[in-house]
Design a protein around this ligand. Structure first.
Ligand SMILES: NC(=O)c1ccc[n+]([C@@H]2O[C@H](COP(=O)([O-])OP(=O)(O)OC[C@H]3O[C@@H](n4cnc5c(N)ncnc54)[C@H](O)[C@@H]3O)[C@@H](O)[C@H]2O)c1
Ligand SMILES: [Zn+2]
Ligand SMILES: [Zn+2]
Length: 367
């Protein structure tokens, strides 16, 4: 048992407050990580506001980065002293895990989100002797230390700058995976990214590394659109001032988009993205509006071979994709410093507010 400090959300809509908590002893397949950094993702805020189910009081955070200090008896991936990035967990045994699609693991939702506990029903974290929600994405990294599943840690180079790379675990992996793994655009095709936040800008950076004819960024915050253009977008559309459908039609010469990536979580923009697709075009749905949200489509418009694909975490295999992204960063082809701003653990509310105001794209806690 180890005592550490963690940011706790007491109830839906409550702020993050730092408390002393006790971590459970490691199970055979778990590792203890001393956190060096942890990114704040919009999904953490979705849970904090009660739109995504998770037991509260609880500890969020799913873009951890740190150093392994102890490993369970069955752990083989990492050893004490290894630097790791933390990502989602998965069982490793079901058909989708065996097929290289762990983001669609049979136990993904209970293991990463809704139960807040281990698969066997035990808890990784207690406060004042009572269990609290944790094990979020197999980690709950808004804490100085975390008990993490072995399958949610990926070993990285000892020199890797963890305070910049933390967002690889979710946002960056999600945007890159949606483009590279799911849409896999052909050379010369067109792609529009709806939402120029951390996920959308990652999709823009992923698209920029491919020989596409057009990469369109759509947002309503002018400085985010400017950054998208610097990171490789060829066109920017401001939904506050531009006619979205007309602008997209103009860019594609009236043919419609080959690909769209929807990250705003705004139902009307998902509809607009699908409407803007050309024949055989595909739209990756990433943005997560509150549970129960519905969107309608004009059915005949879909009959031209359009595809709408929901995507979790970029449908990647983290032990393969994350080291590739670390290499891209080392080569200067993944300029994460353009979207990261650093905060302390007790500044999470300020970080969330800056994100809501659109000022900061990717807050990262530094421990
Ligand atoms: N499916 C997954 O696996 C997965 C993984 C990570 C994040 N997410 C979800 O993806 C979404 C994006 O995450 P993020 O961290 O990039 O969030 P973010 O808030 O940084 O980005 C969303 C962007 O959409 C823009 N936007 C919102 N409303 C708009 C409108 N009406 N018109 C134009 N632009 C608008 C915002 O200005 C912002 O730039 C969130 O819903 C998050 O929960 C899903
Ligand atoms: Zn599985
Ligand atoms: Zn996330």
């Amino acid at each position: 048992m180890l005592t550490t400090r963690a940011a706790v959300v007491e109830a839906p809509g409550a702020p993050f407050t730092v408390h002393e908590v006790t971590l459970d002893d490691l199970r055979p397949g778990e590792v203890l990580v001393r956190m060096v950094a942890a990114g704040l993702c919009h999904t953490d805020l979705g849970v904090q506001l009660g739109g995504i189910p998770f037991p509260l009081p609880g500890i969020l955070g799913h873009e951890g980065a740190g150093v392994v200090t102890k490993v369970g008896s069955a752990v083989t991936r990492v050893a004490p002293g290894d630097r790791v990035l933390l990502t989602f967990t998965s069982c490793g045994r079901c058909a989708n895990c065996r097929g290289g699609h762990p983001a669609y693991c049979a136990t993904w939702v209970p293991s990463n989100l809704i139960t807040g506990q281990r698969d066997d029903g035990s808890h990784t974290v207690h406060r004042d002797g009572r269990p609290i929600g944790a094990h979020f994405f197999g980690q709950s990294s808004f804490a100085q230390h975390a008990v993490a599943d072995e399958r949610s840690v990926v070993k990285v180079d000892p020199q890797a700058p963890l305070e910049l790379l933390a967002p690889l675990g979710c946002s960056v992996q999600t945007g890159f995976g949606a483009v590279w793994n799911v849409l896999a655009p052909r050379p010369g095709s067109t792609l529009a990214v709806f939402g120029a936040g951390a996920v959308g800008l990652s999709a823009v950076m992923a698209a920029h590394l491919l020989p596409l004819a057009a990469i369109v960024a759509v947002d309503r915050v002018p400085h985010r659109l400017d950054l998208a253009l610097e990171l490789g977008a060829t066109h920017a559309i401001d939904t506050e001032t531009d006619d979205l459908a007309k602008a997209l039609a103009g860019i594609t010469g009236g043919r419609g988009l080959d690909h769209a990536v929807e990250t705003t979580a705004v139902p009307g923009l998902l509809r607009a993205a699908v409407d803007a697709l050309g024949a055989r075009g595909s739209c990756a749905v990433i943005g997560a509006p509150p549970a129960g949200t519905e969107v309608s489509f004009e059915v005949q418009s879909l009959l031209t071979g359009k595809r709408i694909l929901g995507v979790t975490l970029g449908d990647g295999e983290p032990e393969t994709l994350i080291p590739q992204l670390v290499n891209l960063h080392r080569e200067g082809r993944l300029p994460l410093d353009r979207m990261v701003r650093h905060y302390r653990l007790d500044e999470l509310d300020a970080a969330a507010a800056a994100m809501h105001r659109g000022e900061v794209i990717k807050p990262v806690l530094r421990f």
